[in-house]
Design a protein around this ligand. Structure first.
Ligand SMILES: Nc1nc2c(c(=O)[nH]1)N[C@H]1C(S)=C(S)[C@@H](COP(=O)(O)OP(=O)(O)OC[C@H]3O[C@@H](n4cnc5c(=O)[nH]c(N)nc54)[C@H](O)[C@@H]3O)O[C@H]1N2
Ligand SMILES: Nc1nc2c(c(=O)[nH]1)N[C@H]1C(S)=C(S)[C@@H](COP(=O)(O)OP(=O)(O)OC[C@H]3O[C@@H](n4cnc5c(=O)[nH]c(N)nc54)[C@H](O)[C@@H]3O)O[C@H]1N2
Ligand code: SF4
Ligand SMILES: [Mo]
Length: 735
């Protein structure tokens, strides 16, 4: 281990000379493979959102100096949003982590060597494991690093280091869609391809604001030549709602009732595709009976939408020839999220709008590699969508990875919220946080941060030691970012895209892949990962693991094939046939066969439940949260480093409030107001706008204080937090 560490550090520590840049192979692990050696321009996918746009990277001496949108990539067709254009900016930010940092006796984070960092990391975690067992250490990771790195982390932690509990920020984001698809379709399989945006005659967006969150997907909608009806179901009159043909400002968290009511109206309008339902689904009769309990009068009452509007909504869907349903966080982040997502799936199934161009029950993903995390992180399911309690699956994975079957834990990992609560109960003693900023983004933030201060040991692995989470760490490990390492990402339409190393990470920062390699060796389990030599070698293992699964990608030969084909959507079963063109757009379920044992999709439904924290006299407003601008990314650790992007969003926290409410409270536009929930009080600037309904306010999640207010309610099936609704009071600061 020491030999490889020394080689790595020698290569990392020298000042970069042009000669070294031209010979990326001199950098040891994670080098640019020679056949990907950059010339004047190379292509790779963007590392922000799940759209997965292709970017042209312009190089001087093999290092990226500029970017432009790739006109030939099938996703974005030459377009990119501000974040994509500015993707290189955070790499040269002055606050990049350049050495490991260790908290000293005075409580100050101090530079240390990788050798010492590994000694402390392994020493502390091994001591806790010996004293408190394998359940005492957990990690929280991400949907934002390449699949190969996620797979390495999950396998190292469970199979190599012998721990059990781990989760990722995909829980905050995509757990609902994952569970909904798995239960309804038999596998976590978003069925669509982006061409469907252009082929629908009716598009229904539920709890999604693509104009802000997925601007290039929205551009694909704008290219639709069929003059489509665009229906937006969102309590707010968002940018997307304004651009739509019909907006349904339903009462927050009334989606489930609305969707069941809609199914009932579609039955009355005889819009059911009986042949499809009979041939390809189970449970329809019980579902049809169930939705009789949602007459239009009840639905109007509970959603705040008029009966006339509800009939118009149902009528538009009934008349569509190619109807597609799209949902994002307005659905996934709810106390009854999984059933709401499945209520959308039920609509597509009952109308037969699935498997054909322009149709589908389509979850739009969030982070650049949330799909990679859902399939290969080895966190919730056994790597590759396998089952840790199925003996055949265990034998298959153990055989391919060359590990003893006994190291695969049968016990399921605790979910994010359970890990956090485990700190309170004393069960979890140490936390390793990788590429996520929980101290900002987790729900009910003050409690999270109070719990974190109780940990015996907090390790944060990030590009920046300045994040809200990293500043609390005992040990900080400096990571290379997107563009400084290679690997694959899977976008919303299941397209595997390639990222390449086009910059050298600053100082001693290492690719997460290299950090996991160091840890494997330092821990003493390096031999178990002797084949995990490079991201591309790991991709080979993941391919083998995918064999005979719905996401079989054994037909992909290597990274070059992905690069040359403009990304490749899963599945692509093997063996690879070199030179055979692969269709640039492929959707699932054209044959009506789903991944359940009987091949039929399931109608799943459940009685709606009350919103957990309703407004009352003391907290009369409902706070909604979400994305604010297309220039801000989550906790802003990356987007906040671009001079260009910083000009495109307000620097301080603001809250949207309806003019009637503002007038009643005497609040003027631009004035500082106080927002109080049962958990905290924050200050924010009033943005007076009719885009929110009276009695509701909206705050963007990009400002750290917002999650001080949020309420910790979780969907019982996906354990995803219900970030989008809690009760608050609003006051003038100086009445
Ligand atoms: N610029 C930018 N783009 C991003 C991101 C970013 O941080 N910045 N993050 C990425 C990630 S990880 C994700 S997950 C996606 C999120 O993408 P979206 O889900 O589209 O974005 P949000 O703003 O979180 O939520 C969408 C909408 O849900 C609505 N909503 C709130 N409550 C309800 C409700 O009860 N019912 C309904 N129907 N709607 C409701 C909100 O008003 C909001 O307009 O964006 C991705 N893209
Ligand atoms: N109130 C409210 N809260 C929310 C939401 C909401 O709608 N409302 N949305 C939720 C959703 S959907 C999401 S996805 C989460 C996102 O929440 P987070 O994941 O916490 O947000 P990010 O800012 O994306 O954090 C990613 C971190 O990884 C670091 N990083 C970037 N690249 C790398 C890398 O290659 N390696 C390493 N080691 N580190 C890297 C970044 O510097 C950053 O600190 O927030 C959730 N929180
Ligand atoms: S839309 Fe998403 S993938 Fe495309 S450039 Fe913007 S952030 Fe990157
Ligand atoms: Mo997300």
């Amino acid at each position: 281990m020491i030999a490889s560490l020394e080689a790595l550090l020698r290569a990392r520590s020298g000042v970069l000379t042009e000669k070294l840049v031209r010979q990326p192979g001199a950098f040891g692990l994670g080098q640019v493979p020679s056949r990907l050696k950059p010339t004047a321009t190379t292509t790779m996918v963007c590392g922000y959102c799940s759209t997965g746009c292709g970017l042209n990277v312009h190089l001087r001496d093999a290092a990226a100096i500029n970017l432009s949108a790739d006109p030939d990539y099938p996703v974005n067709l030459g377009m990119a949003c501000p974040k994509g254009w500015e993707a290189l900016a955070p790499l040269s930010a002055p606050d990049r982590g350049t050495t490991p940092l260790l908290r000293n006796a005075d409580g100050v984070l101090e530079a240390t060597s990788w050798a010492r960092a590994m000694e402390v990391f392994c020493g502390k975690l091994k001591a806790l494991q010996a004293a408190h067992g394998p359940e005492s250490v957990a990690f929280l990771s991400t949907g934002q690093i390449p699949t190969e790195e996620m797979a390495f982390l999950g396998c190292l932690f469970k199979f190599g280091m012998g721990f059990v509990h781990c989760d990722s920020n995909t829980r905050q984001c995509m757990a609902t869609a994952h569970v909904a698809y798995k239960q309804s379709f038999g596998f976590d399989a978003p069925p669509y391809t982006y061409a469907d945006f252009e082929e629908s005659d009716v598009l229904v967006f539920i709890g999604a604001n693509p104009c802000i969150a997925h601007p290039i997907m929205w551009q694909r909608v704008m290219r639709n030549p069929h003059k489509p009806e665009i229906l937006v179901l969102d309590p707010r009159r968002t940018e997307t709602a304004m651009a739509a043909t019909q907006h349904y400002p339903l009462r927050p968290k009334s989606d489930l009732i609305l969707l069941y009511g809609l199914a009932h109206l579609l039955l009355q309008l005889k819009a059911v595709d009986r042949a499809f339902v009979a041939a390809h689904t189970t449970g329809f009769d019980a579902f049809a009976e169930f939705v009789r309990g949602f007459p239009v009068s009840r639905v109007a009452e509970e959603t705040g939408l008029s009966e006339e509007k509800l009939w118009r909504l149902a009528g538009t869907i009934a008349q569509g020839k190619r109807v597609s349903f799209w949902w994002t966080m307005g659905v996934n982040q709810s106390h009854e999220a999984t059933r709401t997502a499945q209520a959308i799936i039920n609509l597509a199934l009952m109308t037969g709008h699935i498997g054909r161009p322009g149709t589908g029950a389509n979850s739009i993903t969030g982070q650049c590699n949330a799909m990679g995390s859902r399939l290969f992180a080895n966190v919730t399911s056994l790597i590759g969508g396998h089952d840790a309690n199925n003996n055949a699956d265990r034998a298959k994975v153990a055989g391919i990875l060359g590990i003893p079957e006994t190291v695969i834990p049968r016990q399921p990992a605790m979910a994010y919220d359970q890990i956090v609560e485990g700190i309170d109960s004393g069960k979890i003693k140490a936390l390793w946080v990788i590429a996520t900023n929980s101290s900002h983004s987790w729900v009910q933030q003050k409690r999270f941060n109070a719990l974190v201060s109780k940990l015996d040991f907090l390790v944060v692995q990030d590009m920046f030691p300045t994040t809200e989470t990293a500043t609390r760490a005992h040990l900080f490990l400096p990571a290379a970012g997107w563009g400084e390492k290679e690997g694959t990402l899977i976008n919303s339409e299941r397209r595997i895209g390639l990222v390449k190393k086009v910059r050298i990470a600053p100082g001693q920062a290492l690719a997460d892949f290299q950090i996991f390699r160091l840890i494997a060796d330092a821990w003493g389990c390096g031999a178990l990962f002797s084949r995990w030599t490079s991201p591309e070698a790991v991709f080979g293992l993941l391919k083998d693991i995918s064999r005979d699964q719905p996401n079989d990608i054994t037909g992909i030969s290597d990274y070059r094939m992905i690069d040359e084909n403009g990304g490749i959507q899963w599945p692509l079963p093997g063996p690879p046939s070199e030179g055979t063109p692969i269709a640039r757009e492929r959707r699932l379920f054209a044959d009506g066969k789903f991944f359940t044992p009987d091949g039929r999709a399931r109608f799943i439904f459940e009685e709606p439940r009350e919103m957990p924290e309703k407004p009352d006299a003391a907290h009369p407003f409902l706070l909604l949260t979400g994305r604010g601008t297309s220039s801000q990314w989550h906790t802003n650790t990356r987007t906040g480093k671009s001079d260009v992007l910083r000009k495109l969003y307000p620097p301080d926290c603001y809250v949207e409030i309806h003019p009637d409410d503002a007038a009643r409270l005497g609040i003027l536009p631009g004035e500082t107001i106080r927002v109080t929930s049962r958990r905290a009080t924050i200050a924010a600037t009033a943005f007076v706008t009719p885009s929110v309904q009276p009695g509701q306010i909206f705050a963007p999640m990009h400002y750290a204080e917002v999650n001080q207010l949020t309420f910790p309610a979780f969907d019982p099936h996906s354990r995803q937090p219900s970030y989008k609704a809690c009760a608050v009071n609003v006051e003038k600061t100086n009445p």
